[in-house]
Design a protein around this ligand. Structure first.
Ligand code: SAH
Ligand code: SF4
Ligand code: F3S
Length: 474
């Protein structure tokens, strides 16, 4: 579950048809929050009469849902925009939209940089896309980046998967990690009510979805902005209470959540995950650095020891649990010895997956102004060494699956081999296996025996760092 891949993914892929409004294309950068927002915006566009387009360069409306977590993510958007701006000069009917975190960060200055834009809209405005496009239709260039109370999610998302769905539970982030742009682009924490979350999950179950990932930038903060105190004097609404509240939605087989913050991760939460059968044994808990002084400079609010104790407790209760994390190297002032503590922590824990990044200075964040920035060469060198270690530990962790029988939730077909089905273990390892159908031609596989949404027992015969291959046991 990568929280921050900045690769572009396209939401609309069906063939173009002349819709009432023409065709649309969405390219999504960044994390799962953005992907979830894109699915809702695609749903809104289809509700307005737009049809999915076949490619970015012929669609009548092009929307880039952008990410600014690191500089390279931001820069990518400008090169995409350059090409569309050129197209707009010869095709004035093209509607050009920039949504997401770059839109929020840059606001009006994006219009100065790319005057061809019709709409610049921050993430808090995703559910208002239709209203904003009506303003565009009346001839305005629109910038929507004000602090906005996110209206209850009444939109019908156009989900990319038929099996796994994201459900936002808390928007925004109130932390102030010194490197991070998210609080300034995503705004203050806003929790949805447990009732609304459960209702959305019931609707998804009715439509055949089997797996739900509950989403928040700091999901452990869920509920702290909602009123209510229990007779024992604790907050009434916590992530743990939410998990209990939604766990029995009929038809949903698996529940995951991300992203966890070590500062707020509780024993109660670990106990709930161990006790509630649908909760999967996979935890994404970024640690960012293996050195206490760097953690302090990052304002993370925990020590390495506290982090290790959380993982020990998880492994006591769920010995096979998979652990993934995010880490930053070459944070301002990080010494070689401090960096080596990060490597040592990865080695000691044995992570199943780690998203790695070299520190990138971001606008409106304290660390960007510190004098002890590290040179590019150090960033590159540390990142390369770190990535090699991450791959080695992931491979070691994969070995435990060899010969085991794993329950796999089938999501679709291996894009590289139509004869193979593809899904995930409860621990989130991507797993491939041949369908049980006797014929392997793609056409016949359309009606193959194993379908997306099935839970299949797979004996694992081959392991790689980040994926597995096996045979289905019927
Ligand atoms: N809310 C999550 C992470 C959100 S951002 C958390 O608290 O961990 C996703 C990841 O991007 C972070 O975990 C961090 O590893 C990385 N990241 C954020 N800002 C960064 C920066 N300025 N430079 C490099 N990596 C960064
Ligand atoms: Fe950024 Fe920290 Fe909030 Fe995560 S918890 S989104 S790293 S400020
Ligand atoms: Fe990127 Fe915004 Fe997510 S900056 S990581 S898309 S919250």
């Amino acid at each position: 579950m990568s929280a921050t891949t900045t690769t572009a993914s396209a939401t609309a892929a069906a063939p173009a048809q002349a819709g009432q409004r023409g065709s649309y294309w969405i390219t999504t950068f960044g994390c799962q929050m953005n992907k979830a927002d894109s699915e809702r915006m695609a749903g809104i566009l289809e509700g307005m009469g737009y049809q999915p387009g076949s490619d970015e360069h012929s669609a009548d409306l092009v929307l880039y849902n952008t990410c600014t977590i690191r500089d390279n993510a931001e820069q990518k958007v400008y090169s995409y925009l350059g090409r569309q701006a050129q197209r707009k000069r010869t095709n004035p009917h093209l509607t050009l939209v920039v949504a997401g975190c770059v839109a929020q960060q840059e606001g009006e200055s994006l219009l100065r940089r790319v005057p061809e834009l019709d709409l610049v809209m921050g993430p808090q405005h995703a559910n208002r896309l239709d209203t904003l496009l009506e303003q565009v239709a009346s001839g305005q260039q629109v910038v929507a980046t004000g602090e906005h109370h996110i209206l209850e999610d009444i939109t019908t998302a156009r989900r990319d998967s038929q099996v796994c769905a994201w459900v936002n539970v808390i928007y925004g982030c109130n932390e102030r990690c010194t490197y991070c742009v998210v609080p300034s682009v995503r705004g203050k924490e806003q929790s949805r009510s447990p009732g609304a979350i459960r209702l959305e999950m019931e609707g998804l179950a009715e439509r055949g979805f089997k797996e739900i990932t509950l989403l928040g930038q700091n999901i452990d903060a869920y509920g702290r902005d909602l009123p209510g105190i229990t007779p024992q004097g604790r907050r009434q609404h916590t992530l743990t209470d939410l998990l209990h509240h939604v766990h029995d939605v009929a038809g949903i087989e698996r529940i995951r959540f991300a992203t966890s913050h070590p500062r707020y991760f509780t024993e109660r939460l670990i106990d709930a995950c161990a006790e509630l059968p649908k909760l999967c044994e996979h935890f994404h808990i970024p640690f960012q650095s293996g050195d206490d002084d760097v953690l302090k400079a990052m304002a993370r609010g925990y020590t390495v020891d506290r982090y290790r104790r959380i993982l020990e407790r998880i492994r006591e209760r769920m010995p096979d649990a998979a652990i993934s994390a995010d880490v930053i190297v070459a944070f301002p002032g990080e010494s070689d010895a401090q960096y080596r503590r990060t490597l040592a922590l990865i080695e000691a824990i044995g992570f199943d997956q780690v998203n790695t990044a070299a520190y990138s200075p971001r606008p409106n964040t304290p660390a960007a102004d510190w004098p002890d920035q590290l040179p590019e060469a150090v960033k590159v060198e540390r990142l390369q060494e770190l990535n090699a270690l991450v791959e080695r530990t992931a491979r070691q962790r994969s070995e435990r699956y060899l010969g085991r029988i794993e329950q796999v939730l089938v999501e679709g077909t291996n894009p590289r081999d139509p004869g193979q089905r593809m899904g995930r273990t409860r621990t989130n390892r991507l797993t491939f296996f041949p369908d049980l159908a006797p014929s392997r031609s793609p056409a016949e596989l359309e009606g193959g025996i194993i379908q997306p949404g099935d839970l299949v027992n797979v004996r694992i015969e081959k392991v790689r760092a980040f994926s597995l291959t096996g045979v289905a046991l019927g």
